[in-house]
Design a protein around this ligand. Sequence first.
Ligand SMILES: Nc1ncnc2c1ncn2[C@@H]1O[C@H](COP(=O)(O)OP(=O)(O)OP(=O)(O)O)[C@@H](O)[C@H]1O
Ligand SMILES: [Mg+2]
Length: 502
Amino acid sequence: MIKRLDVKFVLTLIITSVVPIVASLYLVTEAVQTSLGVGLNRDIAQSLSRSVAVYKDYIEAIKSGHDGFMFRLADSARLEEACNAQDEAHIKTILRSLIRTGQIKEISVELGSGPVSIQYPFDDSQFRSVTRNATLKNPFCRSVEVVFGVDRNITANFKQAAQSTETYEALYRAPRDYLTQRVIMIYGVFLGLIVIISVWQGVFWTRRLTRRLHVLNLATRNVAKGDLDVRVDPGGEDEVAELIVSFNNMVDEIESTRARIQYLQKISTWQEIARRLAHEIKNPLTPIRLAAQQLKNKYKPCEDNSDAAFRRLLDQSVDIIEEEVHTLKRLVTDFSSFAKLPQISPEPMDVGEFLRDCESSLEIVAQQQDLSLLFQFPQPGLVVSIDSMMMKRVVDNLIRNASEAMINADVTNPSVVVRVEELSKTQEVAIRFEDNGPGIMPEHHPSLFEPYFTTKEDGTGLGLAISKKIVLEHNGVIWIDDEQQPGACFVVQLPLANRQKK
Ligand SMILES: Nc1ncnc2c1ncn2[C@@H]1O[C@H](COP(=O)(O)OP(=O)(O)OP(=O)(O)O)[C@@H](O)[C@H]1O
Ligand SMILES: [Mg+2]
């Protein structure tokens, strides 16, 4: 199912990317063809050619202006006269008067005695120098050299215009389909790369997602088959991870609920056995005791005291019968009380208040057994929904057990500390019973809450079983904290009332 989901994701991704690609390729083809139709036409080609021709003419005009100037210089009778007179100042005046065109950097006349020149300030970055020479027939002055300035923009613009015109004409003459194909090819390659990258990304993320869903699916099937040990790694912090965390919490919940139900079922079976046993044992006890007493009362001893040994035996036997009957009666009472455990009827109660009640009722027990019993009361406001009578039985059992264990082990200064911890993460309260007795042997841990498990000579082994039943019925848990050293530590964990589990 997940495999199919994987394929569906990838197919959807491809379809959703292919549709816009095809549409955009169609639109681009149309757009390219329309713009080629608008942009490449005869009128523009002709206008461009004309503008190049205009530039050419303009440059030619500049050149002929230079030619004209050179001709006037060579032909000037006044210049010849001044040269003959070798009058430098006069030559310069004449040269200045001859200048009619702009952009002249320098004019230099070669006299026998050396050059005579006039110069003008000139911006080399804007003007390019063009040097022209003319030969004079004068014996004193043979040649003249002129440096013209030509605006650099004019030649640059001309070259650019010629180049653009050439490119445009090549495009104009090229077949339209060829151009369209080139544009679309470039666009297609670019688009293809983007699509490959995005599909690859999509597949990568989809795989990541579906892989976790696949694992979750397998885990769900295992849980359905009854395997409650499965847990899935959330593998991130997204919604799927949240789903997996919820799944794990749910399995935790199912597991503890199943354990709770199984335990309660087991206890109820044992209760039934206890009820029958109590019933069967209870009935013959009184007749046995009465019969034994009658035997003792009715027996008439011999006057010569010859039956002294028999009387002793009779007295001893009747005592043993009475003692055993007494023990069996106590057992019957315990069994009956276990069999008839009442249903709990919980009500909201402050934990501190409840523990204060327990303290006052256990005070005498503690005094009798020389036990230091210390209750550390929590802040008011921790409310649990409990049947206080039944829960007191749990506290009583735990403290009695601790006290008995410490008496049996001859512990000096036996003490029990009752502490309360708020477990805000699970919205629970933990009541800890810590003693400084001999502790519990690790091999006894698994059997401790089983009915009839006891290490005491006169114990019934029902105290912890009853306590666990009561705690489970309150939706709580009871467990042993191994890390508490020395001594034993029993923890009763109960859900806080009117608070939501996080
Ligand atoms: N605080 C403790 N320290 C050491 N051992 C303990 C402690 N609490 C319980 N145990 C052990 O757990 C066993 C079972 O306790 P549980 O209360 O069920 O029965 P019991 O005390 O033996 O009999 P009963 O409760 O009828 O007197 C005890 O026999 C004892 O070995
Ligand atoms: Mg006990």
